[in-house]
Design a binder for this molecule. Structure first.
Ligand code: GLN
Length: 451
């Protein structure tokens, strides 16, 4: 049924970069055979899923939305891919994304944009716009995203779906193509809070192949999602997550959510987190710095595209020609920015300062979580904007992640879930819930209560 739905709508939506029809049917049949043989089935047996094209898959290409990896089929499965297979999930294919997960609209994909199923002329968010669009268009009931600065939560918000950025280290990054390693985190995307929790439990947990993976039990997310409640909870509203640039309908739906939390028995506390105002600036130094180092591996020798290798050119020239042809504008912008910020003489002024700001943000969160159990905010300041509107204005694009970035810098957990439609344009609005590190279960407890 999901393959038929993909056939019917994906030409317009363009959520998928690759659909693995044969593989999906074979996996589904294998589940049936197991069931008939009375064998033990995985926890998500037979449930179809759309996988962001940033996770390596042995039996499908992995492009990361870039021409530089066009046609590359990895020799190994990411830990997350392996866990999905072990849970008997049926992987339908790989979803579209901003190139190397850099963007907030999926317009930076080298393979063309994805449409928002609510209005195909608008963006589905990014970088995980393909995964969110697949859910919103009913092409898949579950999807996987990655969130470096908001790429799970912002697409969830603008497509009316649920997305969770787990605690940093909660889901293995082994086999997840690196953008900014100290921020990148894979996580579940779904249409309901409980569905997200069921997927979260399958993909989370310690992995010796990832040195930053947390060696501790997975927070009890499914139990929390089945027992939604905010009775007696302290909920924080941060004053920095408001003001200029926030759309009226987004603010209205957010305020209604705060009232709903109160009526369900929560106490609302106003919080001051002054360092959050610096989060965007710090992020756009740290993320490009790490990316400039991570993307150095795309040298035309190891994988993917190779341009100009005609026997007359040096290896350096082939690398340069390949990068020129294979990387898009936003990726080049970030590599240049990151290389500059890390260069001797500028390192302390830029990268060093950004790391200090990161510590201040973490401290603001620590102080906040002495007073409250969770923090709530709008996920993103506006609803889905038209395709093309911000494409030539990187600063305007970066503002989409104003409310999501502090969480990545601090490494804690956050969810976005739908909280109604904005009256002025009828488009979905996202409510963000933020919890301390390794308290991901609180997101589901609160999310299930207000869903
Ligand atoms: N939009 C942000 C960026 O462009 C976040 C991307 C992400 O979370 N992968 O970096």
């Amino acid at each position: 049924a999901h393959l038929a739905r993909i056939d019917a709508v994906d030409e317009k939506v363009h959520a998928f970069l690759h659909v693995d029809r044969e593989g999906a049917l074979a996996q589904a049949r294998a589940v049936d055979a197991k069931r008939e043989a009375g064998e033990k089935l995985g926890p998500l047996a037979g449930v179809p899923l759309a996988l962001k094209d940033i996770f390596t898959t042995q039996d499908m290409p992995t492009t990361v939305g870039s021409k530089i990896l066009e046609g590359w089929v990895p020799p190994y499965d990411a830990t997350l891919t392996k866990k999905l297979k072990a849970a008997d999930v049926v992987i339908l294919g790989k979803t579209n994304m901003d190139e190397f997960a850099m963007g907030s609209s999926t317009e930076n994909s080298a393979y063309g944009p994805t449409g928002n199923p609510w209005d195909l002329t608008r963006i589905p968010g990014g970088s995980g716009g393909g995964s969110a669009a697949a859910l919103a268009s009913f092409e898949a009931p579950l999807a996987i995203g990655t969130d470096t600065g908001g790429s799970i939560r912002q697409p969830a918000a603008v497509t009316g779906t649920v997305g969770v950025k787990p605690t940093y280290g909660g889901v293995s990054r082994y086999g997840m193509v690196a953008f900014s390693s100290s921020l990148d985190q894979g996580g579940p995307c779904a249409r309901t809070v409980l569905d997200a929790a069921l997927l979260h439990e399958v993909i989370a947990g310690h992995d010796p192949m990832d040195s930053t993976s947390i060696d501790a039990p997975v927070p009890p997310v499914v139990e929390a999602a089945r027992n939604g409640s905010v009775q007696g909870m302290r909920v924080g509203v941060v004053k920095q997550f408001a003001g200029e640039g926030y759309q009226a309908g987004v603010v209205q739906r957010f305020n209604e959510s705060v009232e709903l939390l109160k009526s369900l028995g929560a106490t609302v506390v106003e919080l001051d987190c002054p360092s959050f105002d610096l989060a965007l600036s710090a992020y756009y130094l740290i993320a490009p710095s790490e990316c400039s180092s991570n993307l150095a591996r795309f040298d035309a020798m190891r994988y993917g595209l190779r341009v100009g290798d005609d026997g007359t050119r040096s290896a350096e020239d082939v690398t340069a020609l390949t990068r020129e042809a294979g990387f898009g504008d936003e990726v080049k912008r970030r590599i240049i920015l990151g290389t500059y910020a890390l260069s001797s003489g500028y390192y302390d002024a830029y990268y060093g300062s950004a790391q200090k700001v990161r510590t201040l943000i973490t401290q603001d969160f620590e102080k906040a979580f002495e007073q409250v159990d969770v923090i709530v905010s709008p996920t993103t300041p506006t609803t889905a904007f038209p395709i093309g509107e911000r494409a030539d204005d990187p600063m305007a694009m970066y503002l989409a992640d104003l409310c999501t970035i502090p969480t990545n810098l601090a490494g804690n957990s956050a969810m976005s879930l739908p909280c109604g439609l904005a009256p002025e344009d009828g488009l979905p609005v996202g409510l963000q819930i933020i919890a301390p590190a390794m308290k991901d279960d609180r997101l589901y407890k609160v999310g299930a209560a207000v869903e």
